[in-house]
Design a protein around this ligand. Structure first.
Ligand code: AP5
Ligand code: MG
Ligand code: ZN
Length: 214
């Protein structure tokens, strides 16, 4: 199964991706995570991406297309994959189409997780992250102990782009550059819209029903 998780910043792509990865054993490919890892390791890609990301702007298409082409060629993607945060522009979606065609693959579904702006802002401003990849929310999904990761006991931190100014910009950028993909995939009959305003576990049930019906 080859699927895309589409949705605005804070829709719950990463949260649901973790569950899908576990349940369906699909590799979770988050371009945001890949970029943040490169920033942490100070790679040349990380250096290029950093200023775009902290402002809430998109990183240039050509960098992302290279990342995704390389990642999809790895062995673990041979039986399926789940993209989270890619594509984010029409050129990225066209490039993905070419990459898949070249390797005789196709997309099975694009899950569009829909949440309104007010809720997105609340989710992003309360999000707390751990280095191990776990993610929490101070009210909606709090860790057992304040500021401490349940999984690895690491100290939780806030993402750079979860500050108010960056959140505002990310929502503007989403509407302008990424939202057109809803129409793009709808026309290809791949779009499945999921109500992302429900509880985390209920959304996962809805996603499972959609995937089982494919
Ligand atoms: P990326 O890391 O992809 O960020 P994003 O798309 O802005 O999405 P988020 O990760 O913020 O949200 P999410 O949907 O994963 O929500 P989450 O599950 O964490 O990208 C970051 C940046 O990298 C971009 O701005 C760009 O600069 C660059 N980039 C990445 N990919 C790129 C690309 N393809 N092209 C160009 N640039 C690229 O949930 C959010 C919070 O809500 C959490 O606290 C969670 O606990 C909580 N929550 C989740 N679900 C629920 C629920 N149902 N109810 C209540 N709370 C919930
Ligand atoms: Mg995410
Ligand atoms: Zn942790």
């Amino acid at each position: 199964m080859n699927i895309i998780l589409l949705g605005p910043p804070g829709a719950g792509k990463g949260t649901q991706a973790k569950k899908i990865e576990e349940y369906y054993s699909l590799p979770h490919i988050s371009t945001g995570d890949i970029l943040r890892e490169n920033i942490n390791n100070n790679t040349s890609l990380g250096v290029k991406a950093k200023s775009y990301m902290s402002r809430g702007e998109l990183v240039p298409d050509e960098l992302l297309i290279t990342i995704i082409k390389d990642r999809l060629s790895k062995n673990d993607c041979s039986k399926g994959f789940m993209l989270d945060g890619y594509p984010r522009t029409i050129p990225q979606a066209d490039a993905l189409q070419m990459i898949l065609t070249e390797s005789n693959k196709k997309l099975d579904a694009v899950l569009n997780i829909a949440v309104d702006d007010e809720e997105l802002i609340e989710r992003l401003s309360g999000r707390r992250m751990c280095k191990c990849g776990a993610s929490y929310h101070v009210n909606f999904n709090p860790p057992l102990k304040d500021g401490v990761c349940n999984v690895c006991k690491g100290q939780l931190y806030q993402r750079d782009d979860d500050k108010p100014e960056a959140i505002k910009n990310r929502l503007i950028v989403y509407k302008k550059q990424t939202q057109p993909l809803i129409d793009y995939y709808n026309r290809k009959k791949l779009l499945r819209t999921i109500d992302g305003s429900k509880e985390i576990s209920q959304i996962f049930e809805d996603i499972k029903s959609v995937l089982e019906a494919l």
